[in-house]
Design a protein around this ligand. Structure first.
Ligand SMILES: NC(=O)c1ccc[n+]([C@@H]2O[C@H](COP(=O)([O-])OP(=O)(O)OC[C@H]3O[C@@H](n4cnc5c(N)ncnc54)[C@H](O)[C@@H]3O)[C@@H](O)[C@H]2O)c1
Length: 408
């Protein structure tokens, strides 16, 4: 394989040097690093000519004000600057053909590749391949990545995705898993990976603040307990999107922590944002039901009123929160849940929200969630909205997997 790296900076150069241990690699950068251990050419044309794979790791800078070394929370939200990537891709496009694969590494927000970047490459093939790499350990991270992220137009493991994965095989030391998705999904994996880390750090540092202000707390005793909580905290549970957090404890615990943050004068209210998001996520789901109800002239039925399946409790029920917003929009609403006494017979078509999913809720708990069936027999012509995305297609009905907007 003949490889080019365009943009040989903090990420591109060490990665190109690692690749050069296995492949013929050249690079191009507007600034030539004299210590580079690969050949740096004078123009993009020279660098890409005759190359099978052309990696692009040029900057997607932010306004210097947004660096994070000074307060940034009150600055207006702002996208990265894509002008360098666009300019570089446009120039690469002038010197390539369909035998060549352009692989963009630079970090971009979801939707950017499809709308703004891939259209710059009309003459060659294109893949988005962001890296999960940190400064200080670039070369080690490169060969021991958490995963390989490969974005293609429709998310299929096309020949190009396979070609790229095969390219990495001799380089990688840890035989990483591969996550192949659409360009947009690959963009999401990258930015939510990073911001998930920010959220985790924000949370554990809040415990540090509580320790400082409350007294009698060693933050490590608390975080060590959470680190060891592999059932619910550090494992894969609660990483399936669906209905929101619910029950007698969680919402009110969040509100109580808001009170604690105020009493201890922490100076911020992390859980206000989390509870506000919960409210708005329920509203967004309700508005989807409302729009389907209006489109099809059907009432709304929420399948599952208790805060989770197999219990009769409705306290802190996310179903009821969604229902609140449905009713606020003036649409007829019925709950069906045998355990809460909501046993109305639904004998007309409806927009049905599949709020309960025992299999996902009880996964890993020793409770068999696979036995939950329908609480009533849906009528032909119904529109089923499944936020857990497990309901199969049903003849005579429309099944919508809420949260999956991939084109089928
Ligand atoms: N540094 C990391 O750990 C890391 C990790 C993952 C992703 N990323 C992403 O990778 C991209 C590059 O990051 P970086 O840290 O290497 O940035 P960087 O600024 O260190 O390197 C970018 C390089 O591109 C060069 N460049 C600028 N304009 C150019 C042009 N028109 N033509 C050719 N080269 C040009 C610069 O001279 C520089 O050497 C960014 O989108 C970043 O978000 C970085």
């Amino acid at each position: 394989m003949k490889v080019a790296m365009i943009g040989c900076g903090k990420l591109g150069l060490p990665c190109a040097e690692v690749m050069s241990q296995h492949y013929d690699v050249v690079g191009y950068d507007v600034v030539k690093d004299p210590t580079a251990q690969i050949k740096l050419l004078d123009t993009i044309k020279d660098a890409v000519t005759g190359r099978d794979l052309i990696f692009v790791a040029v900057p997607t800078p932010h306004d210097p004000k947004y660096g994070g070394g000074k307060p940034i929370a009150d600055l207006p939200p702002k996208d990265f600057d894509y002008s360098i990537v666009q300019q570089v891709l446009t120039e690469i496009n002038q010197h390539v053909d369909q035998t060549q694969l352009v692989v963009l590494i630079s970090t971009v927000l979801p939707g950017t590749v499809r709308l703004r970047l891939q259209p710059c490459i009309t003459n060659a093939r294109f893949i988005y391949n962001p890296y999960l790499i940190a400064m200080g350990s670039v070369k080690w991270d490169m060969v021991n990545p958490e995963c390989l992220i490969v974005g293609t137009e429709d998310g299929s493991a096309t020949g190009d995705a396979k070609l790229l994965i095969d390219f990495y095989k001799p380089i990688m030391e840890n035989n990483p898993r591969t996550n192949i998705g659409t360009w947009d999904e690959a963009e999401c994996i990258k930015v939510f990976y990073n911001t998930f880390i920010s959220a985790k750090i924000g949370l554990v540092n809040m415990i540090q603040d509580v320790a400082e202000k409350n007294g009698n707390i060693d933050v490590d005793v608390v975080t060590d307990a959470l680190k060891a909580a592999t059932q619910r905290i550090t494992g894969p549970r609660y990483l399936t999107a669906g209905m929101g957090d619910a029950g007698a404890c969680h919402p009110r615990d969040n509100i109580a922590l808001r009170f604690l943050a105020e009493r201890l004068e922490l100076g911020y209210d992390l859980f206000q944002t989390i509870m506000y998001s919960r409210d708005q996520q329920a509203k967004n789901m309700a508005l989807k039901l409302v729009s389907l109800a209006k489109e099809h002239n059907l009432p709304v039925v929420i399948h599952g009123r208790a805060y989770k399946p197999y219990v009769e409790y409705t306290i802190g029920s996310y179903s009821e929160l969604v229902g609140h917003f449905v009713e606020q929009a003036g649409v007829s609403l019925t709950y069906v849940d045998p355990l809460t006494g909501d046993t109305d017979v639904i004998d007309t078509p409806a927009v049905i929200l599949m709020a309960h999913n025992a299999r996902i809720t009880y996964e890993g708990t020793g409770v068999d969630g696979s036995q939950q069936g329908w609480y009533f027999e849906p009528v032909a012509g119904s529109v089923i909205v499944d936020p857990w995305r497990t309901t199969p297609d049903i003849i005579g009905m429309t099944v919508i997997h809420y949260g999956n907007t991939r084109l089928k």
